[in-house]
Design a protein. Structure first.
Length: 367
């Protein structure tokens, strides 16, 4: 009986170790707006809004650059077709001048020598900008355009930190533009349900990004949450090093799309999911206000005006040379928890086998 109790206690301890502290969620209601049923958006991965129309990107484009124009009822009312051929388009951003930026940065096999951004005008004119990472291939599904229009690509990392890259200079259509790493993010695991495998691991994977119309808030989403970062003085990199506001987005089959309405409402959308025939576009009213109400002063704690950050934003301002070697903060805690859980699982099986052998010997002795 003692063995049975021990076998029951260890999984409970393991479950407790999996709980990872993170930003407290904002008390924001998530409401369904309408359902996307058009099969051209079965793999909806990017979303943008100009306040009148929505613009939606499908992950699987069959070799054609296309952005679907949606009415407010989620129906497709038009298509903008470009002249380039994306390899794996993943995210969409709308610039103030109306240009749609398509982030062709997906790389599940980590095999691409270059990734790309496609600048798509609403008349179909397209400019192609190829990019190269400084440290080898990455899979990335999130794009942020800062207040100056500089693109920031955020990687999707199953292990370790999500990395943020931006071009080292002006984008060049004639040849690849080198990227530089400017930030590294550690997002916590959560117990919010959703995602393709209903696993705590997927709650850490960055699957989309968006900037508010006025540039005051950046949003990064996972399959199950969105994290809102107040941006002070247009400094996106510093913002990504501060504590975000977390908004859970439960129950999305494969949530990858995120966007802001001009009034500060947040929009969220998912792929249809395995065997699905539709997905919902959902809204979170007042998302920008919720984020900016927690906005820090232009001089963050631990930094002096005109100086170098030594506070919460320091990790983003000075990314470590080897982010995987970072030995503090949530990433270190995640590794400890995983190791302890593994030990707990091994111990459970060991105790179960020991109890079974003792029980078998007892039966043979009594027989």
């Amino acid at each position: 009986m003692r063995s049975a109790r021990a076998a029951g206690v260890l999984p409970a301890v393991a479950a407790l170790l999996l709980v990872t502290a993170g930003p407290a969620p904002a008390q924001s209601a998530v409401a369904d707006v309408c359902r996307v049923t058009d099969p051209r958006l079965a793999e909806l991965s990017g979303l943008a809004s100009d306040g009148r129309r929505w613009y939606a990107l499908n992950d699987d484009d069959d070799g054609v650059l296309q952005v679907q124009v949606l009415g407010r009822d989620c129906s497709v009312v038009g298509t903008i077709s470009g002249t380039t051929d994306p390899y794996d388009a993943e995210d969409l951003a709308l610039a103030p001048d109306g240009t749609l930026w398509v982030s062709d940065t997906g790389d599940n096999n980590r095999s691409r020598s270059t990734v790309a951004l496609h600048a798509l005008s609403k008349d179909g004119t397209t400019r192609l900008h190829r990019l190269t990472y400084p440290d080898g291939p990455h899979d990335a599904e999130a794009l942020l355009l800062d207040a100056a229009g500089v693109p920031h690509v955020v990687t999707k990392e199953a292990l370790g930190q999500a990395l943020v890259y931006r071009p080292v200079g002006a984008l060049n259509e004639a040849g690849p533009t080198p990227l530089e790493q400017v930030a590294a993010l550690s997002l916590p695991s959560t117990d919010t349900p959703g995602g393709p495998r209903e696993s705590r691991l997927v709650t850490r994977l960055v699957t989309g990004g968006a900037m508010s119309r006025d540039g005051s808030v950046a949003a990064l989403r996972t399959y199950t949450e969105v994290y809102l970062y107040p941006v002070v003085d247009g400094d996106l990199v510093a913002a990504l090093g501060r504590e975000p506001v977390r908004v859970p987005l439960p129950g999305e089959a494969q949530g990858e799309a995120i966007a802001f309405e001009p009034d500060g409402t947040l929009l969220s959308a998912s792929e249809f999911g395995d065997g699905g025939t539709s997905s919902a576009v959902r809204s979170v009213s007042g998302a920008v206000d919720a984020a900016t109400s927690a906005r820090p002063s232009s001089t963050a704690p631990g930094e002096e005006a005109g100086g170098t950050s030594t506070g919460p934003g320091a990790e983003a301002a000075r990314p470590p040379a080897d982010p995987s070697a970072a030995g503090n903060g949530p990433e270190w805690l995640d590794r400890v928890r995983v190791a302890l859980v593994g030990i707990g699982v091994v111990a459970v099986f060991g105790l179960a086998l020991w109890a079974r052998s003792r029980w078998g010997r007892g039966r043979r002795a009594r027989g």
